[in-house]
Design a binder for this molecule. Sequence first.
Ligand code: G3H
Ligand code: 13P
Ligand code: ZN
Length: 283
Amino acid sequence: MLVTTDEILQHAHKNMYAVGAFNFSNMENLHAIVEAAEEMKSPVILAASQSAIKYAGLECMVAMVRVAAKNSSVPMALHLDHGTDYQTLIRCIANGFTSVMIDGSHHDLQGNIDVTREIVKIAHAAGVSVEGELGRLSGVEDQISVSEKDSIYTNPAEAKTFVEATGIDSLAIAIGTAHGKYKGVPKLDFDRLVEIKKLLDMPIVLHGSSGVPLDDLKKAVSLGINKINIDTDVRQAFTDGVHEVFEAKPSEYCIRKICGKGKEHMRKVVCEKIECFGSAGKA
Ligand code: G3H
Ligand code: 13P
Ligand code: ZN
């Protein structure tokens, strides 16, 4: 069933677990995520980036999710990931997304507050929840100096100001993760997370979570992370499945066999992440 993202995240926040937000770009990705959530009896967030929407078409993505949700008993939400384009944000709010992320993290604090507050006003009027972001995700931590860290990681006091000024429903924070593949092992600033969670009684979001050791993600969940974004790891899993098909039979041309294997690999990785996040059995 399709539910509001806020409903999913409030339950996770109150019960100290996290829900995975997995990116999808096509039907096979969507099926992999939904089948994994069903197998694990877990709520799940289906994340569509602006590029994925350009690729698959907004109406098509919404329609596929509605059908999947209608035929499923697990709670699922449809979320715009990293909304930076005003038109796309509005189209998602008006056409069936249950939440949007307004990514104003490239602005200064006041600029971020201004763009985020505007989207919150519009989204809330339509019953759509909003994720804001404060701080910037960067490279692997050992390349970041302490002063750089202070300027790009989320400042707890500013986070409180940001949340109060905007009225967002969840906050994405920067504590040492980065998008894409890591060159080394990321080091998360858990103390900063503790400080932020102490000041903010609300769902907290971790981006760039592919490649982060599962024990670190578990620890982050125990300290208050409630939504964990995974894209790279599931893309890689899907692609590994496709490679496996061609390695076994380079002349394979049946798209169902090719994409089916990709889906199978992706589903396994989604199950592993769900197990780690503590949302299994929470549907
Ligand atoms: O956090 C960003 C996601 O990985 C989206 O990537 O714009 O290539 O779909 P994409
Ligand atoms: P990864 O691709 O590093 O998992 O990041 C996903 C993400 O943050 C989507 O918003
Ligand atoms: Zn992200």
